[in-house]
Design a protein around this ligand. Structure first.
Ligand code: NAD
Length: 291
């Protein structure tokens, strides 16, 4: 069994990015610039944004964090996005999700200028992805594709099963794996909460992507011998014995599933790290297109 170690694969992606940004700055150009907006103080969101900013620093990408109170009016958030849209020194904009109830996530996603949409959530980016056009690919599926590439996982002709149909992970993942490109060309089945015979379908998967957000949902009896398993899930599960009072769990029961697989991602240390690599690559792409 091959451990698809996100630390190793993301380090390779980040080293290449860092070399590229260094060359840009050495040649007198400004560094790429990512602006992140964080609303409120949700613990997981704080951790994600801090990690994105740290990784920007490590790769020579400038970052700006805009913090807004959790009771902020939607109009104030939209105005902040507008300001960043109109700032020629900002290449990429991300708004950390989820957002408080008074704010429409869809409105916020659509307010971001598609040329700065480094999360790839804007309908224009999603539409381009469906049509196989060059665009910003949502960071998590992009990161998974980078990981498949790094570990040279063959996808052509394979049956990929994706559990989850969200706009952020499951749906774009299914599109990428089915597309006519390197690390694509799979026959894809997309499953969701209304899929009745999930176990049967999972057992047919050569590549199984679990993105449903249910800790340790995928058990050994759902996985075919020799399958490649990609665990996207990140759930904080209370655990009094852990230093922080919780542990991060994936959607796959790793200990029992791993021995059956040919390759599997760990959680933590797998897809999460690749997601950040995907975001950084999108930021550099935005810079190249806009600067
Ligand atoms: P979501 O809640 O938007 O979507 C979950 C999907 O799973 C839905 O489409 C739903 O139909 C499906 N689902 C739910 N229960 C199911 C069941 N019992 N059987 C089959 N399908 C079921 O979640 P999301 O935003 O797509 O995220 C999924 C998971 O991935 C979460 O744990 C999230 O934290 C994690 N995530 C991780 C990263 C990362 O960087 N590793 C990035 C984004 C999301």
């Amino acid at each position: 069994m091959l451990l698809l170690d996100g630390k190793i694969a993301s380090a390779a992606v980040k080293a290449a990015l860092q070399a590229e940004t260094q060359l840009l700055v050495q040649s007198g150009k400004r560094a790429p610039h990512l602006a992140a907006i964080l609303v409120g103080t949700n613990g997981a969101s704080e951790t994600y944004v801090a990690s994105k900013i740290r990784n920007c620093e490590e790769t020579g990408i400038r970052s700006t964090l805009v913090r807004l109170e959790s009771d902020v009016q939607e109009s104030v958030l939209l105005a902040a996005i507008d300001q960043l849209n109109n700032d020629p020194g900002v290449d990429g904009i991300l708004v950390q999700l989820p957002l408080p109830k008074q704010i429409s996530e869809q409105k916020v996603i659509e307010a971001i200028n598609p040329t700065k949409d480094v999360d790839g959530f804007h309908p224009s980016s999603a539409g381009k992805l469906v049509q196989g056009l060059s665009t910003f690919i949502p960071a998590t599926p992009y990161g998974i594709m980078l990981m498949l590439e790094y570990f040279n996982i063959e996808t052509k002709g394979k049956h990929a099963v994706v559990i989850g149909r969200s706009n952020i992970v499951g749906r774009p993942m299914s599109i990428l794996l089915s597309s006519n490109q390197q690390r694509g060309n799979c026959t894809v089945t997309i499953c969701h909460s209304q899929t009745p015979n999930l176990k049967e379908i999972c057992l047919q998967a050569d590549i199984l992507v679990a993105a449903l957000g249910r800790p340790e949902f995928v058990k050994a009896d759902m996985v075919k011998e020799g399958a490649v398993v990609i665990d996207v899930g990140i759930t904080r599960v209370d655990d009094a014995t852990a230093k922080k009072g919780f542990r991060i769990k994936g959607d796959v029961a790793f200990a029992e599933v791993a021995p059956k697989t040919s390759a599997i991602t760990p959680v933590p240390g797998g897809v999460g790290l690749m997601t950040i690599a995907g975001l950084l690559k999108n930021t550099l792409q935005a810079y190249k297109q806009n600067a």
